[in-house]
Design a protein around this ligand. Structure first.
Ligand code: KG4
Ligand code: ZN
Length: 338
């Protein structure tokens, strides 16, 4: 007998719903992205995000059910992201999921957003099973997570300040590329020289798997200001490539070192920054040298989506996790917390 999960995600600026069977087969994956709306402001405006989620959520959920060609009789549970994220945005998904679970008499499963990003790796890699090391790099989070089992996580390293995606977005803004910056820096960097400017790589002595991006971000801003003051023309492609290389080096070194130290033969990448071409290539090369099997999701499963929540929700469901109607949005939910 198979298990079908309807999943809902609304933690930031994507209104998403998906139907996932047995945690591995995506029957539908509907994403309404609000990026065009937030671009006008140079970043996500929480109040606007919440309002747009309210407007779109029912339609997105219905599309996910229609596209999957399932009925409520086929659905075994409703999974929803309940943290971390923007509280107003999360509340829209959580309220919709609670209403549906109550009305249709289905179990409700609250899912951690980051556990969802990690689980995105299971969709296209049938052979991937825990334990493995996972580098989660998104707009709001950067964590190195030891995935002991489907429902057991240990945070091995974290950013001390900015998330990797946040650094991409800030540097993109400084060189006039607009929001969201990651994909734009990635594209422009292809035309630049990654060795043109040496930006710092921060490694923490007291916590060897932690990282920090605020020094790097300041170094880029200082470089840009310095050029402006001296009247030197800025080569934006070189700035993009050199900055991207610094992020790539730190994330690659830390994740490969952690994988080796923890005796992992598998390393996975997750989160929006996981679609970065330089980071992927660097990890492909390093993992090959080290004899580590490397996994990463397709871009559509890297940025926020509900299919990943359906996968994580399935593993929670079979592990017995059930939430009642008192489930609330938890903006700073910790990984592994139930
Ligand atoms: O996972 P995600 O969709 O949202 C969060 O949970 O935060 O990640 C969004 C982040 C943004 O900061 C965006 O700039 C970054 O992922 N991103 C990228 C790329 N594509 C998206 N960063 C670098 N290179 C990319 N190709
Ligand atoms: Zn995310």
């Amino acid at each position: 007998m198979s298990t079908t999960i309807l999943a809902i995600e609304s933690s930031c600026d994507e209104t998403a719903a998906a139907v996932v069977v047995d945690g591995r087969t995506v029957k539908s994956n509907i994403i309404y992205s609000q990026i065009e709306l937030h671009k006008l402001y140079g970043g996500v405006v929480p109040e606007i995000a919440s309002r747009k989620h309210v407007e779109k959520i029912n339609q997105v959920i219905q599309s996910a059910i229609d596209e999957a060609q399932v009925t409520w009789d086929d659905i075994d549970g409703v999974a929803v992201t309940y943290g971390p994220g923007l509280v107003g945005a999360l509340l829209v998904g959580v309220s919709a999921a609670k209403a549906l679970a109550y009305a249709k008499k289905k179990p409700l499963i609250g899912v951690h957003h980051i556990e969802g990003h990690i689980a995105a790796n299971y969709i296209e890699h049938e052979e991937l099973k825990p334990p493995f090391m996972c580098m989660v790099a998104s707009g709001g989070h950067s964590h190195l997570v030891y995935v002991k089992d489907y429902n057991q996580f240990e945070i091995v390293g974290r950013t001390r300040d900015d998330a990797a995606g946040e650094a991409f977005d800030k540097v993109a803004r400084a060189i006039g590329l607009g929001y969201p910056g990651g994909p734009k820096v990635d594209k422009l960097a292809k035309e630049g020289n990654a060795d043109a400017i040496h930006f710092p790589r921060a490694f923490m002595e007291d916590a060897p798997y932690d990282f920090s991006f605020s020094g790097l971000k300041s170094a880029v801003l200082n470089y840009l200001n310095g050029c402006e003051m001296k009247g030197i023309e800025i080569n934006k492609a070189d700035v993009a490539a050199s900055f991207q290389q610094a992020v790539t080096d730190v994330l690659t070194d830390n994740s490969v070192r952690a994988a080796k130290d923890y005796g992992c033969v598998r390393l996975a990448l997750a989160g929006g920054v996981a679609s970065n071409s330089s980071l992927r290539q660097s990890l492909i090369d390093r993992c090959k040298e080290e004899g580590i099997e490397f996994y990463y999701p397709s871009p559509v499963y890297c940025t926020d989506n509900a299919a990943m929540i359906g996968v994580a929700g399935y593993y929670e469901f079979i592990n017995g996790t059930r939430h009642d109607l008192s489930l609330n949005a938890v903006p700073n939910l910790r990984i592994g917390e139930r």
